[in-house]
Design a protein around this ligand. Structure first.
Ligand code: SN0
Length: 315
């Protein structure tokens, strides 16, 4: 694998999930692959799980790792082509990405959307510039429109915990006070539509995702109907796609609680984290027996390791 930005870069999704689960059983079996190879992790936005799990995954494979929080520690990057750089930006992404590619064998990049200009976000300009100029394989650590390492870890978690052959999986919108990206739900939807699950998306009116990501999903505005018989509930807030990046008023009753959980088939509750307690998800759910959020976060390590392993094998 030379590029990991979405499920479309994966030739065999089931094989990648199986590989992640195998690595979980035997993390240090492939240390020869990463010997004298260096992973660079570049963050334009905050991170906890992605940073630690990807770094750990690389160490398991025998790699060296360098992390640059470019938003805090690097020169202010100019992203626009043709810019006259007489303002606050110091270095153009063209040079910055190219130089990083001189030092590392694989680069991971995190870059959130601005949520102002939909066309710019959905054309993945920043991420694609890294790919264009760094000259080495690139793994997405969450881009403007997708979070594929998260989605792979989610699918690994579902594969591990499912009690029926084809579980009912529900992506459920949750309230938030801030405008959050559509990257996690887009990506989760895209992966679930390729997986062997019965997949439903439930959200209030106005939160329709871009249909490029939801082809094959059942979509409803009826929360209770969606919860009925669910085996997994994937809780996540996102801002509107139209009007782009907006938080619409109301919808507080979309927070999952134990009463709503009773409609489900004793569902496992998932969330990519970070989660705002008692806004997106209640304490009773997060501290209760159905929450698998920490287990799910643990699987980020094996998802990242499976992807890095396939990238090392293709170097
Ligand atoms: C990010 C998101 O895409 O929703 C990262 C998720 C892995 N989440 C946030 O930015 C949360 C910010 C907040 O203030 O709660």
């Amino acid at each position: 694998m030379k590029l990991f930005t979405s499920v479309h870069d994966v030739t065999d999704v089931n094989a990648l999930v199986a590989e992640a689960l195998q690595l979980k059983q035997n993390p240090f079996a492939h240390q020869h692959l990463g010997k004298n190879k260096t992973l660079g992790l570049v963050f334009l936005n905050p991170s906890l799980r992605t940073r630690m799990s990807t770094q750990k995954a690389a160490l398991n494979l025998g790699m060296n790792v360098m992390v640059l929080n470019v938003d805090k520690e690097g020169w202010a990057l100019e992203l626009k082509d043709g810019a006259i750089m007489n303002g606050t930006t110091v270095e153009h992404i063209r040079e910055a990405a190219a130089v990083m590619g001189q030092y590392v064998d694989i680069i991971g990049v995190r870059s959130f959307p601005g949520l102002k200009d939909r066309e710019e976000d959905y054309s993945e300009t920043i991420f694609n510039k890294f790919v264009e100029f760094c000259g080495v394989p690139v793994v997405s650590l969450e881009s403007a429109t997708r979070h594929p390492l998260q989605s792979l870890a989610d699918l690994v978690t579902i594969q591990e915990l499912k009690k029926t052959e084809r579980p009912k999986v529900v992506l459920a919108w949750a309230p938030h006070i801030k405008a959050l990206p559509q990257a996690v739900p887009n990506s989760f939807a895209e992966w679930m539509c390729k997986a062997d699950v019965d997949f439903t998306i439930a959200h209030p009116e106005g939160y329709e995702l871009n249909t490029d990501f939801t082809n094959g999903a059942t979509i409803t505005n009826n929360f209770n109907e969606a919860l009925n018989g669910a085996d997994f509930i994937y809780v996540k807030n996102w801002s509107a796609y139209e009007p782009y990046g907006k938080v619409l008023p109301g919808n507080e009753h979309w927070m999952l609680n134990n009463q709503k959980l009773q409609l489900t088939n004793d569902a496992n509750v998932m969330h990519c984290l970070p989660v705002r307690r008692n806004l997106e998800l209640s304490d009773e759910i997060l501290d209760g027996p159905n929450s698998v959020v920490v287990h799910e976060a643990g699987n980020r390590e094996w998802a990242a390791q499976a992807v890095l392993k396939q990238m090392l094998e293709a170097l």
